[in-house]
Every structure is written in C-alpha cells, then in structure tokens.
Write a new protein. Structure first.
Length: 625
C-alpha cells in the first residue's frame, strides 16, 4: 500500500523516463507517446490514465494507472483478469471482445511510490462515437454494426459477464467493423454472490436512479438498450439537422441523463414518439426510466416488446423519405397532458465539471481531470514545428498573459478533425470536453513577469467540441463550477502567419513547479452539476481579487504585453498517436468543486510593489484633505 498515492504530475514524471519509471522486464526498452510539448501524452479513462507505449519490435502496449488508491480494486482486479481468461476458454468468441490484459504489481515507479497497473495490448480502432460520425448517412453499415452489438450482448449474457460501463468511449470498432471492449475496471461475473461496488458509469448511459449496488446481471442491461435504440436512431435520422444538433454534445450517442430524468420533456424521446415505428420503443424506454432499475429486461426481451414483429426485425426508413424537420409531423395519440418537449427548455447538466475558458484560476485545480469548458474564441494561432508539422492554438484571451488557457491541435489531430480550427472560428462560442493537461512552463516568457504557464486541452476528435449560440453558451455557463469572467473581444488580426519556432521551456518544467498544483484531498469526490457555487457579488469579487493581488503576482495580467505574434513556443515532433483507441469517457470520475488557492509567488517585480506604494500615498493624500 502506497504511503502517498501518485498524482497526475507524478505519473507523467515516471513515464517521461520509461527506463527508470517502468518496472516489468516485458516493458524494457519501451518508449512513450508524447504530445507536442514533449511530455507524455496520456488519455483519460474513467478513474485511470492510459499511456501508450511502443516496444522494440513494433509491439504496442497500453498501461492503465489509477487516479486514486483503492485496496478493494487492487485485490479484486487480479482475480477478474484471471477469471476472464478462464471464461474465454469456455467461450472462445470472447477473445474478439476482450483484449489480453494483465495485472502487474508493482508496475510503475513514481517519485512517491511503486504502484500497480493494468497492461494490455494496444488496439487500433475508433471509438463508437467517432465511428458513427464518420459513417453518418450510411444506414446499412450502422444497422450491420447494431446487429453485431446485439450478438455481443447475447454472448455476454450467455457467458455470465458484465462489462460494467458500456458507453461510446469504451466500445471500439475495429478495422473489420466488429465491436471491441476496453476499460475493464468494472467487469463483473454473474456467479458473484456479492456484486462489486459500483463506481464510474457514464450518466448518459446509466439508469437515472441506479443504486450503489446492482446484481451483476443487471449492470449492462439499461446501457445496452439505450445504445441499441441510439444506433437505430443514427441509421434513420443522422442526416437531419435536428439530429446533428441533438447529438453534438461530447460522449452522447443519442440520449443524455437529462432525457432519462424527464422523458416527457425530452426532445430525444419526443422525436422517437413522432416516428410511427419507434413510438412503442420510446414508451417502453420511458417506463424503464421511471421504473425499478433492478428489473430491466435483457436487450433481446426489450426488442420483442419494442418492435411488434420479431426480435431481430429492424424498422428501416430511408433518411430521404423523412421530412426535413419532423417538428411538422402529426403528434401521436396518447401524449400526456402538459408542456411538450417543444415548449420546454431543459436545464443543462454537465457530465464533467464545467468552467468558463477565461477562469484560469478555477481550471488550475483540475489538472489531470476531465472538464467541460465554454468560451468565446478570440484568436486562432497557426504555426509549424521545427520539423515542418503544422499546429493550431485556439485562444480565449491574450496569449501573452502570464497564466493562459487554450486549445491545441497538433499535426495528427488536424488530420483527424473534419474541420481544422481556422479564422472563421474567431468570435464563435465553443464548448469543449477533454483532459486538462499538465501545464507547460515557458521559460523565456517575454511578458516581463518571469515564466509563463499554459494550461490546455487537446483537440483530438470532432465529438470533443460543439459550437453554441451566445444565448445557449451563457445559459450553460450558469451551471459552471467556477467564475465566469467577462468575455474577451476577438483579436482584430489573428496570428495566422506561419513561422517555425522552437521551445524555450523544458518538457519537465511543469513537474518542477509545485505551486502549479493546488492541494487536493486523497479521495475523489463526486461532482454534482446541480449545485454550482453561489455567485459572488461584483464588489466582493473585486475585493477578493485585490486581496489576491496583494500576495501573488497577477495571474491574468493585462499589463504584460509584448510585440511579435509568433511568440508561442512550438514543439518538436511527437510520435503519432490514435487517441480514440483507449480514451474511454469516464464520467464517474469525481472531482472537487472548490476554487483553487492562489499560487504563491514571492518574486513579483519591483514595479508592481512601487505601483501599490503609489496608490497607498494617493489614498492617504485624499483622506488628509
């Protein structure tokens, strides 16, 4: 048992030098995939980080390390991996669903402790969410995958296995178009008399009233039904404008937690009810949402109820035969009285902690966590690395501030994105979901305030972001955990000129700056999107920030300006990575809702103190009159 469990920066430090950080002999000589800043490039998956390793001989492994200590998990997972291999012998088809995976303890040597990890083969493939977006409009392919998913669920039922966290990020689609499961933390077996305690589980796929403990055979049933109906919806409506708007939120296949909580006021349910062949399925699912979560039927049983023909009969309607906007369709009979989904504006329930893009102080406490960020784009900066690879920074503030947050898309990301960030994005509101990466410390900061600290989320895939209207963006920001600062005005001229520059900071610099990591508790608390922090009155907020300035250097200073638009440092060329293969959404990942303490900085420039002294004498003179 570790005396102190490693944090995000500790894991990055270990993987920065795999020769020292990796203990198993089977990983000897491995190199880690790095991001454009030269640091290890982990993915977030539930309660873990996933690092991709390249082995001598072209082999690749995924090492899954855990965010927090859990003695029960450390005792249980070795048994789960062993039992899974035994069941594969009885049901050979399971080898195509579950990748070879081993529990190794100890596996990773961090500065704080040697810790265990799950080591598994790396699988090339796309997450289900990304695959669907690239096959939009291809009803035949989507329906074929739907039947493969159905057969997968039948096989799991027969084998007595539950994955425990079925969702778009944990289902890969391989090159042959078959499903592959990843993220085995929640795997359970029907034979277990005492089911494991529930943790994780993406709220957009789980029963809205799921208890803390469920029989193992019930773990996958509700998620499987929502995925099956979601796939059918994609085959029918994926080219409709309303559908694209509905599913544009990250990690949403078709339904969201808000839909499950209020089906009668849900657009997702309302659209299905207006389709003659899907109304029964919508009503059946609504009954499950309001019913006992321990009495959910199997997917096969649900299909027999939802579709009056036979279990595998699929109601196919060509997208071209559908009205452009089914809002004009005739309302089905039997609708409940009261406001319909067309007349109801539902409250936005963020899956992860939600922040304004300008709330850098709040974001600082979330390094290493999945977050949602909403902001107005002020500038697009394009550049090239010293190897000639393009990259793009998406800014929400003057990039010369000492503490900044931005989005970054490296060359391999630009190839994956359908639309690369460009000048047309400036002035638009965007919502992004992703892992808040370890900050990059720029040593040769020209703003006159010493080192510059850059926090970022990497834009890897289309489903990570969506554009919002100003009204919707500001409405959603009401659910933000931190402070929403006044929006910044777009730059008159974005830095679109391409210039080759190199980094002046160091890849490990952020791991040497303890002040950049506000203290967190050893446990992960559960994020509650219903309880945002109370708003701070304007005068009180101003007083708080003045008090902060008296003990710290300004974190959002507008006084530190410099000329030269290409000042953002650019990286060396990182190894290519396909993040979709192991990402996993991990909505159960907890978080703390408090604001971070201000960073201590005893090296404030003398001019700052001189200004404060001048203000003091000025106020004294006014009072003396």
């Amino acid at each position: 048992m570790a005396t102190e469990w490693p944090r995000f920066a500790d894991y990055n430090a270990a993987f920065h030098d795999p020769k020292k950080g990796l203990i198993p002999l089977e990983l000897k000589g491995a190199t880690v995939v790095r991001n454009g800043f030269g640091s290890p490039d982990p993915l977030s998956g539930g309660f873990a980080y996933i690092y991709r390793l390249s082995l001598p001989g072209n082999g690749q492994k995924a090492v899954r390390v855990f965010i927090q200590e859990d003695p029960l998990r450390d005792r249980r997972l070795p048994w789960v991996m062993k039992r899974l291999e035994e069941v594969k012998l009885q049901y050979p088809a399971l080898k195509e669903l579950f990748l070879p995976c081993h529990w190794i303890d100890p596996c990773v040597r961090t500065p704080k402790a040697d810790v265990p990890a799950l080591v598994m083969d790396w699988s090339e493939g796309q997450t289900l969410g990304e695959w669907l977006r690239k096959h939009r409009g291809n009803s035949a392919a989507i329906l074929e995958f739907r039947e493969r998913f159905f057969r997968m669920m039948e096989l799991l039922e027969q084998a007595g296995i539950a994955h425990g966290d079925l969702q778009v990020g944990n289902i890969l689609v391989n090159r042959e178009g078959h499903p592959v499961l990843v993220d085995y933390d929640g795997v359970a077996f029907f034979e277990e008399t005492v089911p494991p305690p529930l943790q994780g589980g993406h709220p957009n796929f789980q029963h809205p009233f799921r208890p803390n403990s469920l029989p193992s055979e019930q773990l996958d049933r509700f998620p499987a039904i929502t995925i099956d109906l979601g796939l059918l919806s994609w085959s029918l409506f994926s080219e409709s404008f309303w559908f694209l708007s509905l599913v544009s939120d990250s990690d949403r296949l078709y339904f969201s937690r808000s839909d499950f909580l209020a089906p009668s006021h849900s657009e997702a349910f309302g659209r299905l009810r207006e389709h003659p062949q899907l109304a029964t399925a919508a009503n059946e699912l609504e009954a499950l949402c309001t019913g006992d979560p321990t009495q959910v039927p199997t997917l096969s049983e649900f299909r027999s109820r939802a579709y009056p023909l036979e279990v595998k009969a699929v109601p196919v309607v060509e997208p071209t035969a559908l009205p452009e906007d089914s809002r004009e369709a005739v309302k089905p009979k039997g609708r409940r009285k009261g406001k319909s989904w067309k007349e109801t504006e539902t409250e936005y329930l963020p899956v992860f902690p939600l922040y304004s893009a300008t709330d850098v102080l709040g974001l600082r406490a979330r390094v290493g966590e999945m977050v949602e960020v909403i902001g107005k784009i002020t500038e697009i900066h394009e550049g090239e690395t010293k190897y000639g690879d393009p990259y793009v920074f998406v800014n929400f503030m003057d990039w010369r501030e000492r503490f900044v947050f931005h989005l970054v898309a490296w060359s391999e990301d630009l190839e994956e994105l359908t639309e690369a960030p460009n000048e047309e994005w400036v002035g638009k509101w965007i919502q992004v979901t992703g892992l808040l990466e370890e900050p990059y410390i720029r040593k040769s900061y020209s703003g006159g305030m010493g080192e510059q600290v850059r926090y970022s989320i990497r834009l890897r895939q289309d489903h990570q972001f969506r554009f919002l209207s100003p009204q919707k963006a500001k409405a959603r920001l009401k659910s933000a955990v931190g402070t929403s600062y006044p929006e910044r005005e777009p730059s008159r001229k974005s830095s679109s000129s391409v210039k080759t520059v190199t980094f002046s900071g160091t890849a490990a610099a952020s791991r040497q700056e303890k002040l950049l990591e506000p203290e967190k508790t050893g446990q992960v608390s559960h994020f509650n999107p219903h309880k945002p922090e109370p708003p701070v009155p304007t005068n009180q907020e101003l007083l708080n920030r003045l008090q902060t300035l008296s003990t710290t250097s300004p974190s959002l200073s507008s006084s530190s300006r410099s000329s030269g638009q290409n000042a953002p440092a650019t990286p060396g060329r990182p190894p290519s990575t396909t993040p979709s293969a192991w990402q996993g959404s991990g909505a159960g990942q907890g978080s703390s809702s408090g604001k971070p303490p201000p960073a201590s900085d005893n090296n404030a420039p003398w001019i700052f103190w001189l200004i404060l002294l001048g203000l003091f004498f000025y106020l004294f003179a006014l009072l003396a009159r």
